[in-house]
Design a protein around this ligand. Structure first.
Ligand code: GCV
Length: 665
């Protein structure tokens, strides 16, 4: 039986799967061949499209009718080594054929045709094989089941409530979750973690007595090839099991986990596994028992292994109660110091989930040295689609180019592999909520889409993916619309960088909620996030020779490149070095003049983007346009505030005037 396509609640934006995107497919004769639940998902998609656009959907071989324009088929043999998720695409003799060895592959092949639009059915095309590079392509939701007094329903969520949880329980109607699964599958994501990595008491129970609620969500996501994961607390044996300890080497603890995991698989046969934030920002972990992170991760891995599950163990471990007077501690060094010595000690079904930078999702950071230091460990790169530090979905900040730079970074230099090749998985903190536009700012949808597609192919050109998103979301648009959207989005990350913290120095945000400028907001805080600006200069000396030694955590050539201000790339200069304001950048400008210029430019670029968006009013759905327009007002207000606070702060500190004599307060 075909699985019906999810019906979106009234007023919810179809994002990158508007019905119109299925017109080319749905106006043809389409054969779906093969069996299995995901084939029924494909069948449902095709049936719906054909019913809407006048085509004909045939399941298996229709009697006497072999004249199909499109064939989507599952094969038993797999000469192209497609495995579960790959597919081939071919256009020959006027027929388009997608072949897959597994149901997920057929589903991804279907969405490939949708992306190609009419071209999938016009030009002859020799057989192409498509497979995902990393096997794990996941979004993590920092969703709380019960509204948290400080963090709300979704920690760092800027798109309304949770898609999964409401009033302290799983939502009763999961049709929207099904629709979410469909959107995720259409960009290649195959795993979702449904609750916050900060596991509070209510959420802890999802592992045991409330697993049924997770199972209901898993049922909604499964038809789109998505496995469900759960964030668990390391203290579960104590909190839920009543044991006196959660020591990972204690036999009773290990047995407790084995039993708990058995029960989870009883409820969710294809459960993906756990996500764990341990010994991090107050979460419990193995350190309390004098054990290592490998001991902790491997204990959970052992419980999951018999069932085919994976533990995602996060590397975000650092001292968040640092004394700002203590110059010997450098938060950037922490993940490497904790984890690099453990390389080779993690179980085969343990994945170390590493934030792409050493700090915390700032607008500019170097790539984490951990990603080049653990060749014998399975690694997942974690990025943040939710725009905690990048404008909170009130500002447009398309992060595709930033993620792409990290994924294309070669830790061993030119001849070595890219991060995207080293990683077994890519994970994004989701930017989605129950907002009618999914992501608050309608243009923030582009971040989730781009993430999914980069997770499938980490070396893809992000600008091509942006074009794909525009094409799908806005339909066969006049070139003027596509060009306007490109103009608004493609440079928006650099624009955001220009008007916020300069040259990689990071933070300068208001403490707690992290929105808006506060240059010294974290300067004397325990969180380890400093810029050290004084009257003479700014930046953090992380060199090996005179600084914290962080630069030496890289291999060659990067350790040397970052060690000296002469070779350090401009955009990371203040991350690695403390320099005088009149230090001359490779660009030829002084640091102080760069700060002034970029802040004026950043605001001008937002003004221009707002103007471009206003000019698209007749071409964009009115509700979507109005939401974007309202957010551009706020972005412009915010950008001006950033500009004026940063420029005034540095004028006052340095006493060096702007060479162009512009207004600084
Ligand atoms: C879920 C940052 C955020 C926290 C988040 C943490 C993490 O510190 O501000 O809200 O906690 O990262 O990644 O665990």
């Amino acid at each position: 039986m075909p699985l019906p396509v999810p019906v979106l609640p009234e007023g919810v934006d179809p994002a990158w799967l508007p019905p119109e995107a299925f017109r080319p497919l749905g106006s043809r004769r389409v054969l779906v061949r093969g069996s299995g639940p995901l084939v029924e998902t494909v069948h449902g998609e095709v049936a719906e499209a054909c019913a809407r656009f006048g085509g004909r959907a045939v399941r298996e071989d229709g009697p006497g009718d072999t004249e199909y324009d499109v064939v989507l088929e599952l094969t038993d043999d797999d000469p192209d080594r497609l495995e579960e998720e790959g597919y081939t695409y071919l256009r020959e003799d006027g027929r388009t054929t997608v072949t897959a060895a597994g149901g997920a592959g057929l589903l991804y092949g279907l969405f490939h045709l949708v992306r190609l639009d009419e071209t999938a059915f016009r030009r002859e095309r020799r057989k192409e094989a498509h497979r995902p590079t990393p096997a794990l392509r996941m979004v993590d939701h920092w969703d709380n089941v019960a509204v948290h007094p400080v963090m709300g329903q979704v920690e760092r969520g800027y798109a309304g409530g949770s898609l999964f949880w409401e009033d302290g329980r799983a939502r009763g109607d999961l049709e929207r979750v099904r629709a979410y699964g469909r959107l995720l599958a259409a960009c290649g994501i195959n795993a979702v973690a449904v609750n916050n990595v900060n596991v509070h008491e209510t959420e802890a129970h999802l592992l045991t007595d409330r697993i049924g609620e997770v199972a209901a969500i898993a049922d909604a996501l499964r038809p789109y090839g998505i496995r469900t994961h759960l964030s668990v607390t390391f203290a579960a044996p104590v909190v839920l099991g009543g044991l006196p300890t959660a020591d990972p080497l204690d036999e009773a603890v290990r047995e407790w986990w084995a039993g708990a995991v058995r029960d989870v698989y009883g409820a969710i046969g294809d459960f993906g596994g756990f996500v764990v934030k341990a010994d991090s920002e107050g979460q419990p972990g193995p350190f309390s028992y004098g054990r290592s992170h490998a001991d902790g991760a491997n204990m959970l891995a052992a419980a999951l292994a018999p069932h085919g599950g994976t533990v995602h163990w996060r590397a975000f471990v650092y001292n968040h109660t640092q004394d700002w007077r203590d110059r010997s501690t450098d938060r950037a060094r922490a993940a490497y110091e904790h984890f690099a010595p453990l390389d080779g000690e993690f179980a085969a079904n343990a994945v170390l989930q590493v934030k792409h930078g050493p700090m915390d999702f700032q607008v500019r950071e170097p790539v984490s040295p951990v990603l080049g230091a653990m060749p014998h460990t399975r690694l997942a790169v974690e990025v943040q689609a939710t725009q905690e530090y990048t404008g909170q979905q009130r500002h447009v900040c398309w992060l595709g180019p930033m993620w792409s730079e990290a994924l294309r970074f070669r830790p061993e230099g030119e001849r070595g592999p890219q991060v995207g090749e080293l990683a077994d998985g890519l994970v994004a903190v989701s930017n989605v909520g129950d907002d009618p536009f999914w992501t608050g700012h309608p243009l923030a949808q582009a971040n989730l889409y781009t993430f999914g597609r980069l997770a499938w192919q980490p070396d893809a050109d992000p600008h091509r993916l942006l074009d794909e998103w525009i094409g799908l979301t806005f339909g066969p648009a006049p070139e003027h619309l596509a060009a306007g959207l490109r103009a608004a989005l493609s440079g928006s990350w650099r624009t955001y960088e220009k008007y916020t913290a300069p040259l990689g120095v990071g933070f300068m945000v208001q403490p707690g909620h992290h929105y808006g400028p506060s240059v010294d907001g974290y300067e004397y805080s325990p969180w380890g996030t400093y810029h050290f600006a004084d009257r003479d200069g700014i930046g953090v000396d992380r060199s090996a020779a005179t600084g914290t030694g962080y630069a030496a955590q890289y291999g060659k050539p990067w350790a040397e490149v970052y060690e000296s201000p002469d070779t350090c790339p401009d955009e990371l200069l203040l991350f690695f070095h403390h320099v005088p304001y009149e230090h001359v950048l490779h660009s030829g400008k002084t640091v102080i003049q760069h700060i002034y210029d970029t802040h004026f430019e950043g605001v001008a670029e937002v003004e221009e983007a707002r103007r471009v968006w206003a000019g698209l009013a007749d071409l964009v759905d009115p509700a979507r346009h109005a939401r974007g327009a309202e957010r551009y007002e706020e972005q412009l207000r915010g950008a001006r505030e950033w500009r004026d606070q940063i420029n005034s702060y540095f004028l006052r500190k340095s006493g060096i005037p702007d060479r162009q004599g512009r207004r600084i307060y």
